[in-house]
Ligand binder design. Sequence first.
Ligand SMILES: Nc1ncnc2c1ncn2[C@@H]1O[C@H](COP(=O)(O)OP(=O)(O)OP(=O)(O)O)[C@@H](O)[C@H]1O
Ligand SMILES: [Mg+2]
Length: 877
Amino acid sequence: MPERWPFTGRTTELAFIERAMTTRAAAGVAIVGDPGVGKTRLARELVAAAGAGQTTEWVAGLGTVESIPFGAFAHLLTVPRPGAIDALSRYGGMITDIAGRAAGSPLLLVVDDAHLLDDASASLVYELALARAAFIVTTVRANERVPEPISALWREELIDRLELQHLSELDVGLLLERVLGVPVEPATLRRLWAATRGNAMLLHELVLDLLGSGALVAAGRTARLTAPLEVGPRLMEVIEARLRNVTAEERAVLETLAVGEPLGAAMLQRLALPRTVAGLERRGLLEVAGHDGELNVRLAHPLYSEALRTAIPRLAAQEIMRQLAEAVEATGMPRREDLMRVATWRLEARDGASPDLLIAAAWRAHSFLDHVTAERMARAAVEFGGSTAAEVALAEALIGQNRRREAEALLAPLDVLAVDQMTRARIGISRASNLFWGLGRAEEAFQVVRDVHQTLHAPALTNFLQAMEAMLLLFSGRTAEAVELASGPMATGSGPLTYALGSTVSGRTGTASEALDEALAEGRPDQWSFEVVQLQLARWWTFWLAGRIRESEAYAADALADAEARRSAEVAAYYSALLGYSLLLQGRHRSAARRLDVAAETMRRVDRWGLRNVVLGWRAQAAALAGDLEAAERSLNEARAATEPHNRLFSTLVPVAASWVLAARGHLSAAAAAAADAAATAADRGQHGFEMLALLDGVRFGAAGAVTPRLALLGGEVDGELARCAHVFGSALAAGDGGRLDAAAAAFDGAGATLFAAEAAVEAMFAHRRAGDRARAYAARRQAAELAGRCEGALTPMIARLGEEEADPLTGREREIAMLAATGLSSPQVAQSLGLSPRTVDNHLQQVYRKLGVSSRRELSLAFRPASGTAPASLGD
Ligand SMILES: Nc1ncnc2c1ncn2[C@@H]1O[C@H](COP(=O)(O)OP(=O)(O)OP(=O)(O)O)[C@@H](O)[C@H]1O
Ligand SMILES: [Mg+2]
């Protein structure tokens, strides 16, 4: 490894300074930034890049306690200058001295660490700038007290100020690749960047430490971390040096933050003297950020807390945790995460962690989907004598980690009659869901719910169990019963979710959206929890089944970003899957495949509702659209293997996906039959939304005549644009009505279902052609090509027919002339704009009329309608 790291990035900064240097608009540039961001290095590179005609000199602030006047300039000042003369002439002489060193060529003077200059030197720098005796590049640490003449430099706008930012993640990646000789694996890069925040100095020391300890390995084709990030000796030295000047009192505050950050500003003030906190903030050692109207304080740098935590003796750390726990408890723990934090501190401090506190914290962690913390809390609760309630919390934590059998082994022997009603209800719900979604034992799940139900009296709790039963019914494909049981006054537990989801799949997305918006409005936005996530997932389906495809995409993308920010791989997987499905309908199958792969990967580990088969089905469908039959079969086989017969809420989506694989193999009638089967199954289950989808696929496989009557009937059951479009598409296709197929294409396009739109346009083209309307056929053809062009090359039976078409019958010149003529230009006007003779234009137009079978300008304009944006307000069905 090179001693000094190769200079990376900073191109705009260098260009900025070099421009200032050539234009001389300013007398210099001050590079201002945090310790270690690379100020000195930037100045050095500038000197290195300076041409031969440029003299450079380097002075540096020394920062010695007894600062020697002109100490920084000692090596540049040849003639001793007794201090008796007045300042002006004294400086005048020095300026001549220094400028004279350049012997006529421009002088570049670097003043490194100007915040450490003695006063005399600082004044000299100021005078040099004022006299324009040199171009001054000076580096200054942010948040440091700066000698007055130096700050005057930018205050009086003598020189420009450049705030030097930390290196970007991209730059860090580049730099490390050059240093290590191999690219850094992305997850490793992200961690290194997050830990150092792109601070060059910290990065330098951290990487050397990690290489030294063997935690960072640069072997093979990438460099990657094989152990957690730890602060090693080099980094510790740098950080300790930065903290050298803090008092014992300040250090105590920093340590408290290192253990407990982020802490509310008010809380921190209570734990320490406000003056101490303010002093630390002023020196840039703390970071204060707003959070819901409250100020949160952390250490300015994640590595500082890491280093401090490493250095705190164990007993001292325990004492800090005890104090933090008390302080947070004293606030009444209003924040959602307070309970978990207090429990964690008490547990680690081995002080005052009661089973009740731990159980409550376990459930709180559970609702944050933090199953590992939940398990730790629940196990501690069991250990401290928390009995059955602790065991149920533990079982739930295990279920969250897909350790289903362990959970059942814990739950099955519990005696529900020996515990309070609340615990009893929890046992019933945990065990039933584990039996149904984890162990494939549907009948027993129902039995458990009913048994426990009978032993409860409090209506709030019986409602809980009833809601659970409704959920089981919904997933058993008994949609109407589920919705019935979940509707009414029962707004407990999973009731609203089941009601809304059941309404959605049965086709009433309007009702469902209202119910969901109401339920979601009740929670505060910061109260993100598993319950909220489930409602949001259901909300996505309402967008989707209503044909609001673009909104569904945006909704899933936002929720995915949110889940990633909260580091919930499980929730991120669900939204990756839904986003993938949104993309699939838009024909963007390659983008969809990427999302679905990510989702499937996580769902092989955690799959709370047993829906991996559906995601894999979609993946197979994406592969089928790409024409990749092998990948399609592979995903489909895995989907089938993962299908559990009792889990029926979404399961018709798998045979629908299978029908697409059949179609990709060219078995169109078999595909249509499979889609019809899936539609019939969905109909039996009351899942009319899914039935409609399968019927729409039937249309797309060429069975419009067979499925249209049912689509017409479904109009009464299934609300939303998608169902309406599906019916128009099917009936127009069955009737060979080109105009309505045009309308269907426009409506699908308006809803964001680009793939369906392209297909409808292809069919419109054939319908117009059969009707002898060559102009409209030509227009539909152009539209189909444009829409299909947005579908990442998706291949469906209908789109394939477009590919079989002969090329555009018009030549390039003919098309150009025809398009201009279609906008209403006369032949002479067209001729003029293209630099042709009117005669040539007329000759070409005659060819166009002949080829398109049109005889007037009006007809011609039909053939050149804009390819999109023709969506009529109403479909007029
Ligand atoms: N752009 C860069 N490319 C490669 N290495 C860099 C870059 N910037 C800084 N470094 C390296 O990072 C370390 C710290 O940089 P530097 O000394 O310039 O920081 P500084 O901002 O001057 O810090 P201080 O405030 O302590 O003076 C040095 O080892 C330097 O070589
Ligand atoms: Mg420096």
